[in-house]
Design a protein around this ligand. Structure first.
Ligand SMILES: Nc1ncnc2c1ncn2[C@@H]1O[C@H](COP(=O)(O)OP(=O)(O)OP(=O)(O)O)[C@@H](O)[C@H]1O
Ligand SMILES: [Mg+2]
Length: 324
C-alpha cells in the first residue's frame, strides 16, 4: 500500500521535514481538525487514515482524540486504551503534553488519547481549551490531526476555528447534511463574534444568525451587503474575515454518483447562502472493509491495502496538501 502514497511522497518530497531528509524542521506545526456536527459519520476513520497516509509519506504526525468522553481513535488505529490521556494533562498530573504522546506501530505516527472519564468537550474550561491549543502547536510534528468528536459545543467550534484546516465529514443523507449546515452556521457566527472590530455589528449578526435558511431575504450574504452600505470599512473587514473561512468537505459512504454530487451542491449552497468558499476535497466509497477493520481493531489502510478507500484517501490527502 505504501506505493500508493509513494508518488505523493515524491511530489511533495521537497517539503518533507526532519526524517533524515537533512532539511530543517518547519517553523510551526500544522493543526488539522476533523469535525462535522453528527455522530458516527466517519470522523475517526478520516482522522486515523489521513494520519496514516501522511505518516507513510514521511511526515511526522500526531493524531489526537478530542472526542472527550467518547474517545475511540485509539481503537480505529488498533491501539489498546492508553495509560495516560489528555485528562491527566487537564488535571495537571502530567505537565507537558509531549508526555502523553504514544508511538504507534506505524513509523512517524503517534497518538494522544482523550479521557476515558466523564470529562466532556462541553465541560472543558476556557483556560484548559487555550492551554491545550497552545501546547498542540508546540508539539514536535509536521501535522497534528484532531478528531473533534460530534456536537457543536463552543469548545468544539473553537478548536475547529483555531485549526489551520477544518475538515467536515458528511454522509449523503438529509440528517447529516442538515447537521453539517448547522455546524458551518455555528462556526461562521462564532468566528465573527470573536472579532472585536466587528462588535458594532453584533445586533445585525444576531439577526442574520437567527434567520431561517429558507428566508432568502436575510442570508449572511445580505448581511455583508447591509454592512457595506452602513459602513464600507466594516463591510470590507467582514468580507475579509468571511473569505478566510474555507472548510474542507468530505462525503463519506458514497454509494452512487448522486451521493458524490451532493458535495458539489453543498459547496454551491454554501457560496450562495454564506458567501464562503468550501473546498470539496473528495469522497469515500461505502465499503465493507471499514467495519471489518473496525471489528478486527486494525487500521483500514494497513489491513485492506487493496480497498477502494486507499485510492479515495490518496486523492483526499493530495487535495489537503495542495490547499496547505
Ligand atoms: N466509508 C465507509 N464504509 C462503510 N462503513 C463506514 C464507512 N465510514 C464509516 N463507516 C461505519 O461507520 C462507523 C462510524 O465511523 P467513525 O467511528 O469513524 O465515525 P465518527 O464520526 O468518528 O463517530 P463518533 O461521532 O461516534 O465518534 C464505522 O465504525 C463503520 O462501521
Ligand atoms: Mg469518532
Amino acid at each position: 500500500m505504501e506505493k500508493y502514497f509513494r508518488h505523493l511522497h515524491d511530489q511533495f518530497g521537497e517539503n518533507l521535514t526532519g526524517h533524515g531528509s537533512g532539511i530543517a524542521p518547519m517553523s510551526h506545526t500544522k493543526l488539522w481538525a476533523i469535525g462535522g456536527g453528527k455522530g458516527g459519520v466517519g470522523k475517526s476513520l478520516v482522522t486515523a487514515n489521513t494520519s496514516i497516509g501522511l505518516a507513510l509519506m514521511g511526515y511526522k504526525v500526531v493524531a489526537i482524540d478530542l472526542d472527550l468522553g467518547g474517545a475511540n481513535l485509539h481503537t480505529t488505529l488498533g491501539m489498546p486504551i492508553p495509560d495516560k490521556t489528555l485528562s491527566d494533562y487537564v488535571t495537571k498530573k502530567v505537565n507537558n503534553i509531549e508526555e502523553l504522546i504514544i508511538p504507534t506501530k506505524i513509523k512517524n505516527l503517534s497518538i494522544i488519547s482523550a479521557a476515558q472519564d466523564e470529562l466532556g468537550m462541553a465541560n472543558l474550561k476556557h483556560t484548559h481549551k487555550n492551554k491545550i491549543l497552545t501546547s498542540l502547536r508546540e508539539i514536535n510534528a509536521d501535522y497534528v490531526l484532531i478528531d473533534l468528536g460530534a456536537g457543536t459545543s463552543y469548545n468544539t467550534l473553537d478548536f475547529f476555528i483555531s485549526a489551520d484546516k477544518g475538515v467536515l465529514v458528511v454522509l449523503p443523507e438529509p440528517t447529516s447534511i442538515e447537521n453539517t449546515y448547522r455546524f458551518i452556521k455555528s462556526v461562521y457566527y462564532r468566528r465573527l463574534k470573536l472579532i472585536e472590530d466587528l462588535l458594532d455589528i453584533q445586533p445585525l449578526l444576531h439577526q442574520a444568525m437567527n434567520a431561517k435558511m429558507t428566508n432568502t431575504q436575510a442570508t449572511p450574504t445580505d448581511l455583508v451587503k447591509k454592512v457595506y452600505e452602513l459602513n464600507p470599512d466594516m463591510g470590507a473587514k467582514l468580507q475579509s474575515e468571511i473569505s478566510k473561512f474555507q472548510p474542507k468537505l468530505i462525503i463519506n459512504q458514497a454509494r452512487s454518483q448522486s451521493d458524490i454530487d451532493i458535495g458539489f451542491s453543498m459547496k454551491s449552497i454554501c457560496k450562495k447562502y454564506f458567501g464562503i468558499d468550501m473546498d470539496y476535497i473528495g469522497y469515500l466509497d461505502y465499503d465493507a472493509s471499514v467495519w471489518q477493520s473496525v471489528k478486527k481493531r486494525r487500521p483500514l489502510l494497513m489491513e485492506f491495502p487493496n480497498s477502494r478507500l486507499v485510492g479515495n484517501f490518496d486523492k483526499i490527502i493530495h487535495r489537503l496538501l495542495e490547499f496547505s
